[in-house]
Design a protein around this ligand. Structure first.
Ligand SMILES: Nc1ncnc2c1ncn2[C@@H]1O[C@H](COP(=O)(O)OP(=O)(O)OP(=O)(O)O)[C@@H](O)[C@H]1O
Length: 984
């Protein structure tokens, strides 16, 4: 019996649903959760009356939650000749539902967990597939007593929206269409005729002229759907009395915008497609004639096109490996994103259990099974996010300049008043109606000035917006240029292959034709788009130039008005106007600073999200490559050299421990906290009095950012699960919690500051750029705060920067040297297991390398921080880390490569594990060894951090860690309590 293996992508049993999670965790999930391929479920409907009348037997059997066995009714059990060629098939899906499954069960197991993603800006597609009469419309639409997926999804969607409505502004719109005989009809406005499909500049599919109805609740949508459904083409066929002869697509679009007067707030756009496909059918069986037959042919053609796309996409390498012809039918064009692009997709295949439907069921199962191998790349749709912090810094510096100018004017007036008391006398002698006139004139001028000021601000904002548009166009253009470049490269490769006599390896498209000769349609489209985008860019540039001219003119007018002031108003009134202007400018500066702050944060998060996504993709690719190569080596009996084997074991171990996943999780936690906490303080630097601490040490900190590590970060266990009850001591009770968090790398890209020398901008710019030092504060348990680091301390740390991994590696080697071969007989020779970069010369070269790679960012060892702030503890990092840290590595399972001791988990960065190529995230890196969390800088008398019961505990993979005497520093440090020298 051929069994077809698949991986399980169904939601983990017992894991909390998004709604049950803490809000921060929700955010985390929504950012990190990526479904690598469609979730495919199967639903088997009950036998219907016709089938029973025909005497059909049940041949589709659900086995467990994921397996279905389809028996061949034509098989003769007595036929020994065919005994080994059974047509019985076993298929594994993410979920299998039998005739007893309720609508709710189907919904909860397949769709529910994706609903929250839609409101966070992810695209989601649900489609029902199967032969005619298999139950697709029943699953999607349902009946009043048992509503289907449409209503349940929408109810949950609106509920989720309601729950987050305080912070977000939503607008939901829907459209409902059918594809009948390859034409698109608007089911909400059937009189609009046939509609066209178009691809916008972002590559997403749009339907020109479709009716978009704004709705506010699920019931309203259901009413519209019922109305639309009446318009849907339905006819009785031999297999179904109410057969849908078209593909119906319900599209719900959720626009989400953060509340508040943010200029360039984030706008998320989530699209939910719910597709009830027309039933596939066999012409011979349906006995359709004439119109019905033509419909059937169209349905089958579009489903065939869909099948071809599924086949092409599920080939190894997916859409990159071979050309996927989405353009073959309207259906595939519409579902392009759902299948191979940016969408979380759920396919629910339907079959009848009847023996009379064996062929349909078999082909449906094969079809659905193929869909499981499709890979999609899911990303969140974020719009209008401005990255132009530099623009804001310009505006701020302009405003600051104006404030300075106005203030100096006021001061000048004050001086004049003091030196010429006659001014006062003049004022006193002003007659009453002249005073009234003057007041009116004053009001007029004040109104004019404020109007001019507002106008200027509007123009400045529009300029920022235009600049953003420009950037978006630029990004779009890069995307298309990349498509073209990819194609050109592919073409070159093809030529090279042809030249080297590998012509027969040329890729073929879905129809088996060679694609080497002609350009694929998306490349042609990309070329068209580039031209359009160029024209758009020119238009934007012209608009920008016009606006800049108007702004310059407005500025000139305002300054003329200011000059006229002294002639038109009395000195006291003029003072008032100037003060008012000053105040207005100050408020605007504050406002703009807040916006810049907000943008900076968003920028940071976006970049981090992007890095995570890319990194995740890269990691998956590496895993595939490694596994593929290992398989190849195994198949061909090639044995890898020992060092390579060692590295592979280390790699597998990392994978098992989920180190990288934890890293991703922590980054996401960090970003959640960044969203809440202050990131940068753009207000003027604190004075000595206001900050309450001497300025001496901080004056030279150009970037006064304060980072607070979220408590949550400290309260995560090794699996990333949050434990609200965990306390430092409680955590100590758990071996895993002793594992120090992996390196926390925060990507901080200095904003593109176009005019760094502009007066006023300089201070903000310097604060935006993490170029010199950071004030680092960790949130200690039980409210203890480690002291802020002074600039001097930071400088020292920066000077003495060493990768903690190098220190740890070097220590291990030293300990090994001191212990002089105390490894057991299975241990390889020290040279075998010693970390290659443990030698001082190697250290130096690595350090140089690291320094080169990371410049101008900083990696500093917090161990030094501890040393600095904990002078009474002889060597905090060693006395507080697991004793196993200081042990020579023990051999792993089979004994060739040493088990990485607990200490190795203190190695904060990927680069610390091996000296092979590592993934570097250039920019600012913080390394937080566990000692940081476990130290008590303020109270050196704290009891030893490693309780007795932990010392002999097991590691995360269940291996025994050898215990070491806790209070035998001489043993720990090779007979000397001296601090080991750092590698140079
Ligand atoms: N799980 C089920 N439980 C009870 N009845 C069902 C179930 N699935 C389908 N049915 C019934 O079977 C009949 C045909 O179902 P349905 O119209 O949903 O099929 P379909 O796949 O949409 O067909 P077509 O492609 O021809 O439109 C309907 O009367 C429906 O009520």
């Amino acid at each position: 019996m051929p069994s077809q293996q698949t991986t399980d992508h169904s939601p983990a049993q017992g894991s909390p649903t998004l709604r049950e999670m803490e809000p921060k965790d929700q955010q985390l999930m929504l950012r990190v959760l990526v479904l690598p391929c469609p979730q495919v479920a199967l639903r088997i409907r009950p036998l219907n009356s016709t089938e029973l009348e025909e005497g059909a037997t049940v041949i589709a059997h659900k086995v467990g939650d994921q397996v279905v066995v389809l028996m061949d009714p034509g098989e003769d059990p007595e036929d020994t000749l065919r005994a080994h060629r059974s047509r019985e098939r076993t298929f594994i899906f993410d979920t299998v539902f039998d005739q007893h499954a309720s609508q709710e069960t189907v919904y909860c197991a397949t769709i529910q967990h994706l609903v929250e993603g839609v409101i966070s800006g992810y695209n989601t597609t649900i489609f029902a597939y199967g032969p005619s009469g298999a139950g697709k419309t029943h699953t999607m639409l349902g009946v009043d007593a048992e509503p289907g997926i449409y209503l349940q999804t929408l109810t949950d969607l609106f509920q989720a929206i309601e729950e987050t409505q305080d912070n977000m502004e939503y607008s939901v719109s829907m459209s409902y269409l059918e594809i009948y005989n390859e034409v698109i009809r608007d089911l909400l406005n059937p009189s609009s005729g046939f509609l066209e499909l178009r691809e916008d500049s972002r590559g997403s599919i749009q339907i020109a002229g479709i009716t978009e109805v704004s709705t506010s609740n699920a019931q309203e949508i259901m009413q519209l759907l019922t109305k639309g459904n009446r318009q849907r083409t339905q006819e009785p066929t031999a297999t179904n009395k109410t057969s849908s002869r078209s593909h119906a697509v319900l599209q719900v679009t959720v626009h989400q915008r953060s509340r508040g007067g943010d200029l360039a707030e984030e706008v998320r756009l989530g699209r939910l497609f719910m597709v009830d496909l027309a039933g596939s059918e066999r012409a011979a069986q349906t006995q359709n004639r004439g119109k019905r037959m033509k419909e059937g042919a169209h349905i089958n053609r579009s489903l065939l096109a869909l099948g071809n796309c599924i086949n092409a996409l599920s080939e190894k390498g997916g859409s990159r490996a071979q050309y996927v012809n989405f353009r073959d039918s309207k259906l595939t064009r519409l579902l392009k994103d759902a299948l191979g692009g940016n969408s979380r997709t759920v396919m629910i295949a339907h079959i009848s259990p009847a023996s009379t439907s064996f062929e349909e069921s078999r082909t449906t199962l094969l079809y659905a099974y193929r869909a499981k191998n499709i890979k999609t790349r899911v990303k969140r749709n974020l719009l209008n996010v401005s990255y132009r912090i530099a623009q804001y810094t310009d505006v701020i510096s302009d405003l600051r300049r104006e404030i300075g100018h106005l203030k100096s004017k006021i001061e000048k007036q004050d001086k004049e008043k003091k030196s010429d008391p006659g001014v006062l006398d003049i004022q006193v002698t002003i007659p009453h109606d002249a005073e009234e006139d003057s007041r009116l004139q004053m009001n007029r001028i004040r109104a004019q000035l404020i109007g001019a000021f507002k106008e200027q601000m509007e123009m400045r904002r529009s300029l920022v917006e235009l600049e953003n548009t420009n950037i978006e166009l630029h990004i779009d253009m890069s995307r298309h240029l990349l498509t073209i470049a990819d194609w050109e490269r592919e073409k070159t490769h093809q030529h090279v292959d042809v030249d080297s006599g590998e012509r027969d390896k040329e890729p073929v498209d879905a129809d088996g034709e060679e694609v080497g000769a002609s350009e694929p349609p998306e490349v042609a489209l990309a070329r068209e788009e580039v031209n359009l985008l160029l024209a758009e860019q020119q238009k934007t540039a012209a608009l920008k130039a016009g606006l800049e001219q108007r702004l310059a003119h407005a500025k000139q007018k305002a300054s003329q008005m200011e000059k006229l002031l002294p002639r038109q108003v009395t000195s006291e009134e003029q003072r008032e106007v100037l003060q008012l202007l000053c105040r207005a400018h100050e408020l605007e500066v504050e406002n703009t600073e807040l916006q810049a702050d907000n943008l900076f944060r968003k920028n940071l998060l976006c970049q981090k999200d992007f890095v995570i996504q890319r990194y995740h993709q890269h990691r998956l690719l590496c895993e595939q490559v490694i596994q593929g190569q290992r398989q190849l080596m195994q198949d061909n009996g090639i044995s890898a050299p020992e060092p390579l084997e060692q590295q592979y074991r280390l790699y597998s171990r990392e994978l098992g421990e989920g180190t990288l996943d934890r890293l991703l999780l922590q980054l996401s936690v960090m970003s959640s906290s960044l969203q809440d906490g202050p990131i940068m303080n753009v207000s003027p630097p604190p004075t000595e009095e206001s900050s309450g601490e001497p300025l001496g040490d901080r004056r030279d900190l150009p970037w006064g950012a304060t980072f607070e590590l979220p408590q949550m970060l400290l309260e995560r266990d090794s699996d990333g699960n949050r434990s609200s009850k965990s306390t430092p001591l409680r955590r100590l009770g758990k071996q895993d919690s002793l594992l120090p968090p992996p390196a926390l790398r925060i990507l901080l890209t200095p904003p593109m500051l176009e005019k760094p020398n502009a007066p006023g901008a300089k201070s903000l710019i310097s604060r935006l750029q993490p170029t010199a030092a950071l004030e680092l504060r960790t949130q200690q348990p039980a409210g203890e705060m480690s002291p802020l680091l002074s600039a001097q301390a930071l400088k020292e740390m920066a000077l003495g920067t060493k990768s903690i991994a190098l220190i740890a590696a070097s220590r291990r080697c030293k300990v090994y040297d001191r212990e002089g071969g105390c490894l057991d007989s299975r241990d390889p020779s020290p040279a075998d297991w010693r970390w290659p970069h443990a030698s001082p010369s190697r250290d130096r070269s690595l350090d140089r390398k690291a320094g080169r790679k990371r410049s101008p960012s900083f990696t500093w060892s917090l161990q030094q921080t501890l040393e600095k702030h904990q002078p009474s503890v002889d060597h905090p990092s060693e006395s507080q880390l697991s004793p196993a840290l200081l042990q020579p590595p023990k051999p792993a399972g089979k004994g060739l490569f040493p088990a990485v001791p607990v200490a190795s988990k203190t190695k904060p960065s990927l680069s610390a594990h091996t000296d092979e190529n590592t993934l570097q995230v250039p920019e600012v890196s913080f390394t937080f060894p566990s000692a940081m969390w476990q130290s008590n800088a303020a109270a050196p008398s704290r009891p030893p951090l490693l309780p007795r019961d932990i010392r002999g505990s097991t590691d995360s993979r269940g291996r025994r860690q050898s215990p070491l005497p806790p209070n035998n520093p001489s043993k720990l440090q090779g007979g000397s309590a001296k601090r080991p020298r750092r590698p140079k």
